[in-house]
Design a protein around this ligand. Structure first.
Ligand code: ZN
Length: 174
């Protein structure tokens, strides 16, 4: 019994170590998404940034360009997914993880379903538009033909602070 308990404990420790490494990597990629969000802010765009990771490598990165492109679909993760598909020359991105500073909206979560992504990691939840757990849960709706994993709250405070500062500055400017 003692041996069994030890082995269970070792196993739990290993799992924790794997989980910790996983979380560190998530933070590392979220930092890159945050840098994209900052680039958006410097253009006067709502600061949301995203990167797409495939096989542990960033293959696409983008930030919100709705004003610049006068395009309602120019959300950070939407642009990053399109760039990833173009780079990989395929629409099916089942080996990809999307990192985005703000919870995806219905349009972007819908694109993630259509692109068959593996996973989405986001920073701040979006009470007004979030479709990965807040208003909708498109990542695991049984009626849809694809489900993906979601991890929320990675570097949440930094992601949210960037948005709050942006809106505070904008209000001051008026
Ligand atoms: Zn969106």
């Amino acid at each position: 019994m003692g041996e069994r308990n030890d082995s269970i404990k070792n196993h739990a420790r290993e799992n924790r170590a794997v989980e910790n490494r996983f979380q560190e990597r998530d933070q590392e990629f979220m930092r890159l998404a945050l840098a994209e969000a900052e680039a958006a802010a410097s253009k006067g765009e709502v600061p949301v940034g995203a990167v797409v990771v495939c096989d542990g490598e960033v293959i696409a990165s983008a930030h919100n360009l709705r004003e610049t492109n006068a395009d309602p679909a120019a959300h950070a993760e939407f642009l990053a997914l399109e760039e990833a598909a173009e780079k990989l020359e395929r629409w099916r991105l089942s080996d990809c993880t999307v990192y985005v500073t703000l919870e995806p909206c219905a349009m972007c979560a819908g694109l993630m379903v259509n692109a068959r992504i593996a996973r989405c990691v986001f920073g701040a939840s979006d009470p007004k538009a979030g479709a990965c757990g807040t208003l909708f849960s498109l990542q695991d709706d049984e009626r849809l033909n694809h489900a993906f994993e979601v991890r929320s709250g990675v570097l949440e405070d930094e992601c949210r602070a960037l948005l709050q500062n942006f809106f505070r500055e904008r209000r001051k400017g008026r």
